[in-house]
Design a binder for this molecule. Structure first.
Ligand SMILES: NC(=O)c1ccc[n+]([C@@H]2O[C@H](COP(=O)([O-])OP(=O)(O)OC[C@H]3O[C@@H](n4cnc5c(N)ncnc54)[C@H](O)[C@@H]3O)[C@@H](O)[C@H]2O)c1
Length: 315
């Protein structure tokens, strides 16, 4: 099967590429390397450097003729979405629409879209399921949601199939170690470098941390199932930031404690997502325990810890 992964040099996209290559797919990658890295790229994939917003997309899809597109490319920095909302719209909404237009023109069968728990905003009940109201708290949350509406409309109008995967907090190897989003990467990197990480608030706030290899497996599972559906990709279990820190401290063997800072305004206190629908629709459920995922993540960063961090801070 021929497939395209947009953002395939990024953190999650590169893992999606890895599982697809292992499954025997012919994989093309489109990435502008704005936050992605060449070193993340699987050598078994055909790499095109370019933007989902540009005309190069037409050439690529005409040449590669993918049956399925895994759309991971995005402007992922929540703070930047507030500072530069139009730039955020340009990539996440206009860029996705550009992609859908080219997909329908060249007969792509299906788009698997990387959406986000950010579309839900502050949970009004827990665990958050897919029927939860969409009430984004940031421009990023809006720009990740609007393409879901286009996907549904393109399915009705043109028969372009889709599955929307709303990821919880994804962590694992290759995540950027800077920025406010990847708390596992940031904590791990700091502990390995002998620095105390900062926990905002009392650390009892909870999140749903899903290992990146489980997310990649969910993308693979969505090739054949979940048509026209929105699926949460999550563990369904809340983990406090303190618990996460304790786990990382144990695995890294660090004697350091965390430094506690004031809570960040607007931070959500508790959030975790039900993944029951994904189980029923595509037979997916997470395979990795938090301890296993953290161990693999620490091993990855331990190998890299002698190298300087690079990449822009983002959420
Ligand atoms: N990391 C998380 O916890 C998380 C949670 C929910 C949803 N998501 C979504 O998952 C996807 C991947 O996120 P990530 O965390 O791997 O971030 P990432 O920044 O590592 O990956 C995004 C990739 O897209 C590329 N890209 C950006 N703009 C592009 C453009 N215009 N054209 C082509 N390529 C472009 C970047 O170079 C990068 O390789 C995004 O759609 C994001 O919204 C991530």
């Amino acid at each position: 099967m021929r497939v395209l992964v947009t953002g395939g040099a990024g953190f999650i996209g590169s893992h999606v590429v890895d599982v697809l290559v292992s499954a025997g797919a012919q994989v093309a990658v489109l990435d502008d390397l704005s936050t992605g890295r060449f070193e993340n790229l699987n050598p078994g994939a055909n790499f095109y450097r370019g933007s989902i917003e540009g005309a190069e997309l037409v050439e690529l899809i005409e040449r590669e003729r993918p049956a399925v597109v895994f759309h991971q490319a995005a402007q992922v920095d929540v703070q930047r979405s507030l500072r530069e909302p139009l730039a955020d719209v340009k990539t996440n909404i206009s860029g996705t629409l550009n992609l859908l237009e080219v997909c329908r023109r060249f007969g792509v069968k299906k788009v698997v879209y990387a959406s986000s728990a950010a579309v839900y905003g502050n949970p009004s009940y827990l665990p958050v399921d897919e029927k939860h109201p969409v009430e984004p708290l940031s421009c990023y949350g809006i720009s990740k949601y609007v393409p879901e509406l286009y996907l549904e409309t393109y399915r009705h109008l043109y028969g372009l199939n889709y599955t929307v995967l709303r990821y919880a907090n994804v962590y694992g190897p290759r995540q950027d170690v800077q920025g406010e989003g990847g708390v596992v990467a940031v904590f791990t990197w700091k502990l390995l470098r002998g620095e105390s990480p900062c926990i905002f608030g009392d650390g009892e706030q909870t999140r749903d941390f899903i290992y990146v290899k489980d997310v990649a497996a969910a993308n693979l599972a969505a090739i054949d199932g979940g048509n026209g559906m929105v699926l949460n990709i999550s563990t369904g279990a809340p983990v406090s930031v303190n618990t996460l820190f304790a786990g990382l401290k144990e695995i890294t063997g660090s004697p350091l404690g965390a430094v506690y800072g004031p809570p960040r305004p607007g931070d959500i206190t508790h959030s975790y997502l039900s993944a029951e629908r994904a189980g029923a629709a595509v037979g997916w459920s997470p395979r990795y325990s938090l301890a296993e995922g953290l161990r693999e993540t620490v091993a990855h960063y331990a190998e890299k810890s002698s190298m300087p961090p690079c990449g822009a801070g983002r959420g």
